[in-house]
Design a protein around this ligand. Structure first.
Ligand SMILES: [Zn+2]
Ligand SMILES: [Zn+2]
Length: 78
């Protein structure tokens, strides 16, 4: 019985990892003062702008935090 010839083709495979810095996705650019900061801060250290995603209230149309249960302006449950 003949063993299949093993081809020694062990060139190092280039790792095809996307060039995304792990921290990049945790960063956010402040809408107000344009400084780049960690989104974990929740608030801009420079101007106090909130990084919490906002969503328009279906009733009053104002921007309210996405994680808010009630609209702080009109009290509509979200
Ligand atoms: Zn800011
Ligand atoms: Zn509302």
């Amino acid at each position: 019985m003949e063993e299949p010839k093993k081809e020694q083709d062990e060139k190092p495979e280039p790792s095809k990892e996307p060039e995304v810095k792990p921290e990049e996705k945790d960063m956010v650019v402040c809408k107000r003062c344009q400084t780049k900061q960690r989104i974990a801060n929740q608030y801009c250290k420079h101007c106090g702008e909130s990084f919490v995603p906002l969503e328009r209230c279906g009733k009053c149309g104002r921007e309210v935090p996405k994680n808010a249960i009630y609209c702080p302006f009109c009290g509509k449950k979200r």
